[in-house]
Design a protein around this ligand. Structure first.
Ligand SMILES: [Zn+2]
Length: 325
């Protein structure tokens, strides 16, 4: 596993940093495939069934037949790009677009850029890429963390959705779409996302208590509007929420269904947590890393998926979000 991490880190370090470098590096289908093979297998195609590396390339290097067990492994089988009919070059372009734009991209814009006939295809692509934008760092937040909640979505109508926000001062954020902010839900959120010795600041909502926050030192800051204007105790949360709302309204015109909201929150947090990355194109390397290591996601599953409280509803899901369970 360590070898694999070293391999991924090397790929990340050597990844193009600018649009021009990216274009040059991934100019052909072969360039993209070679990178994919490096990301997936450390450069040596491997049988998916028996792990043998004695494989024969077929279909111009898209398929590998195992000399030991006869199993056929395609470049994309068992990954998020399984069964794709489009060239890697098109996928790499899409990955580049979603990774490098500070505000992401709408399905409509992606459709136009890639010249797709179908909006639905572009929409499905973005959802697959979003699935690759779940956090890859499992390190809990700390040592100073603010927690807050916000209502988002619903175009100002009655269908506002509750989102929990945890933010390190000036650092990483975690966002979760939840049904309510009772003690049980907040406890699962805190246990999954916040280090057990972190100091926590909240606005004093009753759900934040000894049960939900356990032994974490907790400062309740009940502030008036005036006090908040002068010195907001949970400013990072408030900034994050306002950026999130602006993003949902701006890039996605508020057209985010409740059942897909968590996927958008994942994308937002993924980009937000990498906002200081030097050479923004390198964020694409992390997306590719997730694409090769995640199990396939079927269209029907994407459409029907309800990820509300995914981290909270099942006891075994308290840790990292599992996409393909
Ligand atoms: Zn084999």
């Amino acid at each position: 596993m360590q070898d694999n991490q070293d391999n991924q880190d090397n790929l990340w370090r050597n990844f193009p940093k600018t649009a021009t470098e990216f274009e040059a590096r991934f100019a052909t289908e072969e360039d993209c495939r070679a990178y994919w093979i490096a990301a997936r297998w450390g450069g040596t195609p491997t049988c998916a069934r028996c792990k043998s590396t004695r494989v024969w390339a077929e279909r111009a290097g898209f398929l590998f037949e195992c000399a030991d067990c006869g199993h056929q492994t395609s470049l994309t089988s068992g990954t998020l790009l399984e069964k794709t009919h489009k060239p890697f070059k098109v996928w790499f372009r899409a990955i580049f677009e979603i990774s490098t734009r500070r505000t992401g991209i709408s399905a409509k814009d992606l459709q136009r850029i890639l010249g797709f006939g179908s909006y639905r295809t572009a929409w499905a692509w973005l959802h697959k890429l979003r699935a690759a934008m779940v956090r890859s760092d499992s390190e809990p937040l700390g040592p100073f963390v603010q927690i807050d909640e916000a209502l988002v979505g619903g175009k100002g109508g009655p269908h506002k959705e509750l989102v929990l926000v945890a933010a390190e001062a000036g650092g990483r954020v975690r966002l979760a779409h939840v049904e309510n902010n009772d003690t049980v839900t907040l406890k699962r959120f805190a246990d999954g996302q916040i280090a057990t010795d972190s100091r926590v600041v909240t606005d004093g909502h009753a759900g934040y208590n000894k049960t939900s926050l356990d032994k974490r030192p907790h400062e309740r800051k009940v502030q008036t509007k005036k006090e908040r204007r002068e010195n907001d105790a949970i400013q990072t949360c408030h900034w994050t929420i306002s950026l999130l709302k602006r993003w949902l309204l701006g890039t996605h015109a508020g057209a985010v269904g409740a059942k897909h909201l968590q996927a958008y929150l994942d994308e937002f947090a993924f980009r937000h947590n990498r906002r200081k990355t030097k050479g923004v194109a390198r964020i694409a390397a992390r997306v590719i890393e997730q694409l090769v290591s995640h199990a396939p996601l079927q269209m029907r599953k994407i459409i029907n998926e309800t990820r509300l409280c995914r981290w909270f509803t099942s006891p075994q899901a308290a840790g990292a979000p599992e996409l393909s369970a």
